[in-house]
Write a protein that binds this ligand. Structure first.
Ligand SMILES: Nc1ncnc2c1ncn2[C@@H]1O[C@H](COP(=O)(O)OP(=O)(O)OP(=O)(O)O)[C@@H](O)[C@H]1O
Ligand SMILES: [Mg+2]
Length: 336
């Protein structure tokens, strides 16, 4: 087993709304990522993907609150740290974060090089502007970005170039973990491909040591990440290798979510497109028992009563359902 870059144990975080209601958006998430590996996180809108990303980088500003659990980055437990300490000691060097719609958040009137100076100077005030510029030119060159971009303003860049620039800025300090929230969504197909190529290169060239890639575009994950984890209502419902999750999903929710996937290299899978009826539960009042049970076509009355633990199978895979794997597969077989 390789060195573990990120380990998360039973993490629970919540939002507290203006009306003092609790929204349990990350409810007992555990995961591990080894050096050189990438993990995809998939799930419908509102299942807690972005909240998980914020929670992992210790971004505990109201309304988001840490409740319990551990976040360990390359052996360093950051779970107890204050957000300000996290910003100074962890963000950028240990973990970098690319928020959803990051490229639209860049201040349009600031030159790109200034963003890089800002990121670097939080951690190292000794470097001169010339040193930082030289470092940025070198990094942009290796990543295939024209160094002229450094002297431009965000507003002068195309969407795809802006997003690749955001990724280059965020990873300038070669973090151990990169968490990218929908980094290629809202881009045209060509720009999407370039963003994904760049993320792969960051890993291959050792500029990042591990990665979490969040998206609801499942076909993307198959080609980009080693493992895939499916989230539903704040919890992980299944985790396996990308190949297992795409071609042999076990949990009824993953099965539904993967049902429509098209894997370009291997042709369209011979499965019926099956939408998942209904909507995810309100996380202020998650349902008893299995959270997916109200939408699950295989659910029995007991599913709505008993809390479902995470269960391991095949040595490394995990799923969260009261049924045995064999039973589920047989049921899928019967359903065609
Ligand atoms: N600021 C907030 N205050 C209260 N609840 C919130 C807040 N932000 C998100 N939530 C709730 O937390 C849950 C998880 O939201 P989150 O944004 O993490 O989902 P997501 O999986 O990233 O969705 P998407 O695919 O749309 O980006 C949802 O039920 C959402 O309504
Ligand atoms: Mg999100």
């Amino acid at each position: 087993m390789g060195k573990v870059m990120l380990e998360v144990n039973d993490l629970k975080t919540k939002y507290v709304t203006r009306f003092k209601e609790d929204v349990y958006a990350v409810d007992g998430v555990s995961l591990k990522i080894e050096e050189g590996k990438s993990l995809g996180v998939a799930g419908e809108s509102g299942c807690g993907k972005s909240t998980l990303a914020l929670s992992l980088i210790g971004y505990y500003f109201a309304p988001l609150h840490y409740m319990s659990g551990e976040i360990i980055i390359d052996g360093q437990n950051i779970s107890g740290m204050k957000p300000d300490e996290v910003r100074k000691k962890v963000l950028g060097t240990e973990v970098a974060y690319i928020p959803q719609a990051a490229m639209n958040a860049l201040n349009p009137t600031q030159k790109i090089i200034r963003f890089i100076e800002d990121v670097i100077q939080v951690h190292d005030k000794s470097l001169s502007k010339k040193d930082i510029y030289d470092m940025a030119v070198e990094r942009f060159r290796i990543l295939g970005l024209p160094p002229e971009v450094l002297q431009k303003h965000a507003v002068e860049l195309s969407g795809g170039m802006k997003q690749r620039t955001v990724i280059a800025i965020s990873t300038i300090l070669s973090p151990k973990v990169l968490i990218a929230d929908e980094p290629s969504s809202a881009l045209d197909v060509t720009s999407q491909k370039m963003v994904i190529k760049m993320m792969r290169e960051l890993m291959e060239k050792g500029f990042i040591k591990s990665m979490i890639f969040i998206t609801h575009e499942l076909p993307l994950l198959y080609n980009v990440t080693d493992d895939i984890m499916v989230m539903y209502a704040g919890q992980i419902v299944e985790h396996g290798t990308a190949k297992e999750m795409v071609f042999d999903p076990v949990h009824p929710y993953s099965k539904g979510l993967m049902g429509s996937i098209i894997v370009p290299e291997e042709g369209t899978r011979d499965v019926q497109l099956e939408a998942i009826p209904g909507t995810p539960p309100n996380l202020k009042h998650p349902p008893d028992g299995c959270r997916f049970a109200p939408r699950c076509k295989y659910a029995k009355p007991e599913c709505k009563v008993y809390d479902v633990p995470e269960k391991e199978f095949e040595g490394h895979r995990m799923y969260r359902c009261i049924y045995d794997v064999d039973y589920l597969k047989e049921a899928y077989g019967r359903n065609g």
